[in-house]
Write a protein that binds this ligand. Structure first.
Ligand SMILES: NC(=O)c1ccc[n+]([C@@H]2O[C@H](COP(=O)([O-])OP(=O)(O)OC[C@H]3O[C@@H](n4cnc5c(N)ncnc54)[C@H](O)[C@@H]3O)[C@@H](O)[C@H]2O)c1
Ligand SMILES: [Zn+2]
Ligand SMILES: [Zn+2]
Length: 370
């Protein structure tokens, strides 16, 4: 079948909307009619080269839609089911899955070439194979997902909200709750309040942090953070540091969570200085792998037993946390509708990223037309 999709042909090029051929689902795969797709910063890292992948590639890894067909052997999902794509596939059988660390599933190795887990591609333009960002490629009207990436959700969740729970929501929420282990009474500082960081704010508030300090240079982001559970905001790391020392009587924050768009040495150093003894810095934001962004005193790390923790998908378990977070949303305990700033058509994808980079969106979402 044919599908319209936003693709990147190389580093430094904008998204191009083209018509591609899409194969039928093979064994263990499903065909999804995508209804909505969030504009996560990570797809912009594909454009800048900060996430190294094989090109050409169909962008998008925050998507929700309806299953239209299933391949051989798929028994967990049937046509008509509403689903979210998990940006990390989960096989359930590898040693990391077996240990309950499903976000670190060995199928994650396919995120470099972005083929499906059998090593072949489903999107084509003539003889050229296109990969799928995070094995998904949700900037497309239709996609073939592996069953390992497909999470069934309740039919009554709006698609635009559901899409965000494929990446930004669990990544941010888990950065605070799982990786940061925020506990009641904690002081948590969050650097960068975009589509990921805003959920770290919600997660920290949810877990009972006494002080949630949101740091972002953009006033609109700080105002949103105050509505989503932040107790304090700061426009810079310096301003935040003063606030933290004052609020904790010189002790420091329990957690410093880094969810800025492009991680720098400055923000990591500021986060390291902001935490208390045995406090935790969680690094969720990315930068190109060639950039060494962690430059800290090893002695201070040792003497104060400080901890620096990376977090992928907020150290969440996709097949558990995606339905769990949507359950909180349905109960009115997690705010998601409020965080969709602008809706775009597929053809407006580059405008969406321009708006993200200009600080105009908490999250932009593509609404697909069929
Ligand atoms: N580890 C993971 O599993 C994972 C998953 C999804 C996204 N990410 C990464 O997380 C990062 C955030 O993604 P997003 O979609 O929320 O991006 P975004 O662009 O929506 O938000 C980034 C925010 O950081 C703010 N910011 C920039 N520099 C800052 C600074 N020095 N101090 C404080 N705030 C600053 C911006 O104003 C913006 O509000 C990206 O690097 C993305 O690739 C990681
Ligand atoms: Zn993402
Ligand atoms: Zn696995």
């Amino acid at each position: 079948m044919k599908t319209r999709a936003a693709v990147l042909r190389d580093v430094g090029k904008d998204f191009e909307v083209v018509e591609l051929d899409l194969d039928e689902p093979k064994a263990g795969e499903v065909l999804v009619r995508l209804e909505a797709s969030g504009l996560c910063h990570s797809d912009d890292h594909l454009r800048t080269g900060d996430i190294p992948v094989r090109y050409p590639i169909v962008g998008g890894h925050e998507g929700a839609g309806v299953v239209e067909a299933v391949g051989l052997g798929v028994d967990r999902i049937k046509p008509g089911d509403h689903v979210v794509g998990s940006f990390l596939p989960v096989c359930g059988k590898c040693r990391f899955c077996a240990r309950g660390m499903t976000n670190l599933c060995d199928l994650g190795r396919f995120l470099v070439d972005n083929s499906l887990p059998d090593g072949t591609f489903r999107y084509h333009e003539g003889a050229t194979d296109f990969g799928q960002m995070c094995l998904l490629g949700t900037f497309s009207q239709y996609a073939v997902f592996s069953e390992a990436s497909t999470v069934k959700i309740d039919d009554d969740v709006p698609f635009d909200v559901a899409a965000l729970v494929g990446c930004g929501v669990p990544t941010g929420f888990g950065t605070a709750v799982h990786a940061g282990e925020v506990r009641p009474g904690d002081t948590t500082v969050i650097y960068g309040v975009g589509g990921v960081g805003i959920h770290a704010v919600q997660g920290a508030a949810f877990a009972g942090a006494r002080y949630v300090i949101a740091v972002d240079p953009v006033a609109f982001k700080r105002d949103t953070a105050l509505k989503m559970g932040a107790s304090h905001v700061a426009a810079s790391a310096e301003e935040a540091q003063e606030l933290i020392l004052q609020l904790t009587e010189g002790v420091g924050a329990d957690q410093a969570l880094i969810t800025v768009g492009v991680v720098s040495e400055e923000v990591v150093s500021a986060a390291f200085d902001a935490i208390r003894k045995r406090g935790t810095v969680v690094i969720t934001g990315l930068n190109g792998p060639q950039h060494k962004t962690v430059h800290i005193s090893g002695s201070l790390l040792t003497l104060f037993e400080k901890r620096i923790q990376g977090a992928l998908f907020g150290s969440s378990a996709p097949f558990d946390d995606i339905p769990r977070l949507l359950g909180l949303y349905k109960s009115g305990k997690l705010k998601l509708d409020e965080l969709i700033t602008t809706r775009y058509s597929l053809d407006q994808v580059n405008q969406g990223y321009e708006d993200m980079l200009a600080g105009r969106n908490i999250r932009g979402v593509i609404i697909h037309e069929h």
